[in-house]
Design a binder for this molecule. Structure first.
Ligand code: HEC
Ligand code: HEC
Length: 370
């Protein structure tokens, strides 16, 4: 696909190019720009918000969605590798959920390509994430009078698994970038220089394009393995469970994250180590970076690209040493920072009220009328 785009670019350049100087560095890609506005149902989103911060949605009522997707960290997690359900730890970095409703493919390996309803189900039911039996969840929710009211107000009637999986995605739609300097066209001169590098010499736009700054495809940039995944038994057991489920061969000996290979199982292994191009919005809050948190700061990421990425036989040929000066690297970091808006930590986004610790259990649900 990259090739077709390039060919088309050359064609356009030769047709309309007379009088226009095309730099040899130019990359044809969907334009970067502002995000579209999503239509949100307020009552459903409000219910979704309460569910997102509620620990009772996990098997032993110990963790909520928000424990791995923390508001102050841009709805990602500050540890390189995410926590997991008690007894486990995760083997990947928890990604930001800001603007996730604008995506079409989810997870670092791109294995979920339907909708956020399915992603929510995966998060709730996966053993090493929330380990929730949805039938128990439904009954637990029905015992809380506040939920009874909220499900009704949202037009769902009685609480059900299906409506939980609709309400949470509705809430996720509210997590969208706000007051972003880039969107407002308010860029400092450093940021403007950074943007020119982003589109030109750096060729970042080849993969980080469109309003989300991602082509929604998987590539190999040679990010080094995070060996905590294999050295920490709590992480390794989660990794093994995942690998078995995804049909990875030789998973007991595997000492690397196969990435998008789980989708294709290419015979030559050329998809091993490819990960989805992440969004570049809200990076100011979401450190550390990459699928395994191996790069701590934006300066580290830019330095990584400047030296031509990591070492990997499958590395994308477009990742080449850029030899950016210290000043150019700084400008690029300032540009990346201009893609972050206000923190989404107010009660518009965060459920700040207490959950009832004790309430009258409803003895017979069959008799309850909504
Ligand atoms: C124990 C930690 C943990 C909990 C709890 C958790 N998540 Fe996640 N979430 C993750 C990790 C780690 C990933 C990335 C997994 C991967 O790539 O394999 C992820 C991925 C996602 C994604 C995909 C984002 C993207 O851009 O690809 C969404 C959406 C999401 N989670 C929503 C939720 C919701 C909603 C809940 C609660 C129902 C939840 N998560 C609970 C750790 C967690
Ligand atoms: C060949 C496609 C490609 C090009 C070109 C590219 N990137 Fe990336 N970028 C990716 C992929 C894929 C990842 C995720 C890698 C991973 O998770 O291991 C990534 C990750 C990142 C991240 C980390 C984001 C996060 O949330 O973890 C930043 C920042 C970034 N790139 C910036 C840039 C900049 C700046 C340039 C230009 C100098 C650039 N990229 C060029 C594909 C690309």
């Amino acid at each position: 696909m990259g090739k077709t785009v390039m060919k088309r670019c050359i064609l356009i350049a030769s047709v309309v190019g007379m009088g226009i100087v095309f730099s040899s560095n130019i990359v044809a890609a969907p334009a970067i720009g502002s995000l579209s506005t999503l239509k949100i149902d307020k009552a459903k989103a409000e219910l979704g918000k309460r569910l997102f911060f509620d620990k009772r949605l996990s098997g032993d009522a110990a963790i909520a969605c928000a424990d791995c997707h923390e508001p102050a960290n841009g709805y990602s997690h500050p540890d390189a590798l995410s926590p997991g359900y008690p007894g486990n730890e995760h083997f990947r970095n928890s990604p930001t959920l800001i603007n996730t409703a604008h995506k079409k493919v989810w997870m670092h390996d791109g294995r979920l390509g339907t909708n956020l309803n399915d992603v929510t189900r995966e998060m709730l039911t996966e053993d090493y994430i929330m380990n929730m039996d949805m039938r128990i969840m439904q009954e637990r929710i029905k015992q809380d009078p506040v939920y009874v009211k909220m499900f009704k107000a949202a037009g769902y009637g009685e609480a059900s698994n299906g409506s939980v999986r609709k309400a949470i995605p509705e809430y996720l739609k509210t997590l969208t970038s706000k007051n972003v300097p880039f969107d407002k066209g308010k860029l400092s001169s450093e940021a403007k220089r950074g943007m020119a590098l982003f589109k030109g010499k750096g060729k970042c736009i080849a993969c980080h394009n469109g309003p989300m700054f991602t082509d929604m495809l998987a590539h190999n940039t040679g990010v080094p393995e995070n060996f905590d995944v294999f050295l920490d038994p709590k992480r390794h057991q989660a990794f093994i469970a995942y690998s078995m489920f995804m049909g990875i061969e030789n998973y007991m000996n595997l000492k690397r994250d196969p990435g998008a290979y789980v989708q294709t199982h290419t015979a030559d292994g050329s998809d091993i180590g490819k990960f989805m191009t992440p969004t570049l919005r809200e990076l100011k809050y979401t450190a550390p970076y990459m699928h395994n948190g191996m790069l701590k700061t934006l300066a580290d990421v830019v330095a990584f690209y400047s030296k031509g990425g990591g070492k990997d036989r499958n590395k994308d040929p477009r990742i080449k040493p850029l030899k950016l000066s210290k000043g150019e690297q700084r400008d690029l970091v300032v540009f990346l920072e201009s893609l972050s808006g206000d923190p989404l930590t107010s009660s518009d986004y965060v459920w700040k009220e207490k959950y009832p610790e004790e309430y009258q259990a409803i003895p017979n649900w069959r008799k309850v009328r909504n």
